[in-house]
Write a protein that binds this ligand. Structure first.
Ligand SMILES: [Zn+2]
Length: 68
């Protein structure tokens, strides 16, 4: 079973991009962060705000290997 595109209503009213930070030592987060930077940079050829948001959300939800 995969659960992608799950709606999480009213979890936070803040812009997810406001808190985008990779967790130190987490390779997945650092990879996501690199993509987020490329997607969120208007001067980048990869600029794509909706993808940037996806990466930011993914990073926020990532359990950094602490999940069982
Ligand atoms: Zn992580």
């Amino acid at each position: 079973m995969t659960k992608k595109k799950v709606q999480t209503p009213a979890v936070q009213s803040l812009d997810p991009l406001a808190n985008t930070k990779p967790t130190p030592g987490c390779k997945v987060c650092s990879a996501l962060y690199k993509q987020w930077k490329a997607f969120s940079n208007p001067y980048s050829p990869d600029y794509d705000p909706s993808k940037a948001t996806d990466r930011a959300v993914e990073m926020r939800r990532h359990s950094h290997g602490e999940a069982k």
